[in-house]
Design a binder for this molecule. Structure first.
Ligand SMILES: Cc1cc2nc3c(=O)[nH]c(=O)nc-3n(C[C@H](O)[C@H](O)[C@H](O)COP(=O)(O)OP(=O)(O)OC[C@H]3O[C@@H](n4cnc5c(N)ncnc54)[C@H](O)[C@@H]3O)c2cc1C
Length: 376
């Protein structure tokens, strides 16, 4: 296959926007189709560690992300009462930029969409594909707005429930891992410079863990990762009460912050569903990136980081190489790293649900943070 010169990206989330920026920067024509006409994202936060900062910087948005977020020192592990057990300070990957950054998700979205607009990358909003026909030397895509396009490559960046993945690998589906994650934004206490992870004590009624991450000078977000047997659905009006119940066994700053959880409409609850595709993530002229290829649970706070790393590496490889060689090189650089994050995240969740069999989550988190701080 010759070098790809015109590429269609399905999905305008973290991965899709990042790969569009990376491709445009390398002179490759790119178009994005995003299903949501309002291009919305959740209001809660996102944890940005050193490898994510480096990937954003490679796209020319590292400084903008730093301005939009709140830099902090790294992660700490605490017991459920708030006693600090371990500190994992972040390792800076880019001179002049922080190692760890909290961002509201709308802030990250704005940083990426501003760049896409600045570069003039075409984005069709409220549009998805209706068919993808791989003809061997090109791909024909039909879109839901009636338009069609011919491309050298299609990138499926349409998230955990990817319809592009459904076309290529209809049997692959995210599986419920047994836990759910709760999130809520609260005021940030002055002087808080760490993202804290409290290890839950099952004697308090719920196993798992909870914590918070600074987002802005005045805001942080609380998260709680909890075993939710039978994958229950919660009535929307009960969400604040349900989250407060799950935080009731925690002391320290977390216990104090839990009293701010009052508005059920502002609680974001998600059952954890993971899908880690085997190598390769491509067939012919269609390739998956981000959650479409490897959705992990949030135990290492690396889902979006992996998505942006995929984007940077794919854009680097597609520039100046024939497409077959580029896709193979992309997999060689990405598969083990994303698999490590995905399988380790699931393992950490298993340990939380079965504390009697648990290994050392601090050691695993520290080892993987260090590994990911190394260049891709
Ligand atoms: C509440 C929450 C908090 C999280 N916190 C963190 C964190 O702190 N740190 C971290 O690194 N990761 C975090 N993650 C994980 C992270 O959000 C994902 O790994 C990341 O968003 C993956 O990016 P993506 O672009 O692959 O998918 P998405 O962000 O899901 O984007 C997919 C995009 O594709 C669009 N789309 C879907 N289907 C179609 C279609 N058929 N046609 C066209 N468009 C389509 C969607 O509208 C969306 O815009 C969190 C996830 C959740 C849910």
């Amino acid at each position: 296959m010759a070098q790809a010169r015109k590429i269609c990206v399905i999905g305008g989330g973290v991965a899709g926007l990042a790969v569009a920026i990376g491709l445009h920067q390398r002179g490759i024509a790119v178009e994005v189709a995003e299903r949501d006409k309002d291009w919305r994202v959740y209001h809660v936060g996102i944890i940005v560690q050193a490898n994510f900062v480096r990937a954003l910087n490679a796209l020319g948005v590292g400084e903008a992300a730093m301005q939009a977020g709140y830099a902090y020192r790294g992660a700490r592990f605490l017991d459920s009462t708030g006693v600090v057990l371990a500190e994992l300070p972040g390792e800076t990957a880019v001179d002049g930029l922080p190692s760890d950054l909290g961002l509201t998700r709308p802030a990250l979205h704005r940083v990426l969409t501003d760049k896409v607009r600045e570069l003039g990358i075409p984005v069709k909003l409220g549009v998805t594909f209706t068919s993808i026909e791989d003809a061997g030397d090109h791909v024909d895509v039909a879109f839901s707005d009636g338009s069609t396009g011919r491309y050298d490559l299609v990138i499926g960046a349409d998230g955990n429930y990817s319809a592009v993945r459904g076309v290529l690998w209809p049997e692959a589906r995210p599986q419920y891992t047994g836990q759910g994650v709760w999130r809520y934004n609260v005021p940030r206490p002055a002087g808080l410079e760490w993202s804290d992870i409290y290890i839950g004590d099952p004697r308090n009624g719920y196993n798992g863990k909870a914590g918070y991450c600074p987002l802005t000078p005045t805001e942080m977000y609380i998260f709680a990762v909890v075993e939710e047997r039978g994958n229950p659905r919660f009535a929307p009006e009960t969400l604040a009460d349900e989250l407060r119940k799950r935080l009731a066994g925690y002391g320290g700053l977390l216990g104090e912050a839990a009293r701010h959880v009052t508005d059920p409409k502002l609680v974001v609850y998600r059952p954890l569903e993971a899908c880690i595709m085997p190598d390769p993530w491509y067939k012919g002229r269609v390739v998956l990136i981000g959650d479409a290829a490897h959705s992990a649970t949030p135990h290492l706070g690396q889902g979006a980081a992996m998505a942006v790393e995929d984007a940077v590496v794919l854009a680097e490889e597609l520039a100046g190489k024939d497409t077959d060689a580029a896709l193979r090189a992309f997999m060689d650089r990405r598969f083990e790293r994303a698999r490590l994050v995905g399988t380790s995240s699931i393992q950490l969740g298993e340990w939380e649900m079965h504390p009697e069999q648990a290994g050392d989550p601090v050691e695993v988190t520290d080892r993987i943070r260090r590994k990911l701080a190394e260049p891709v």
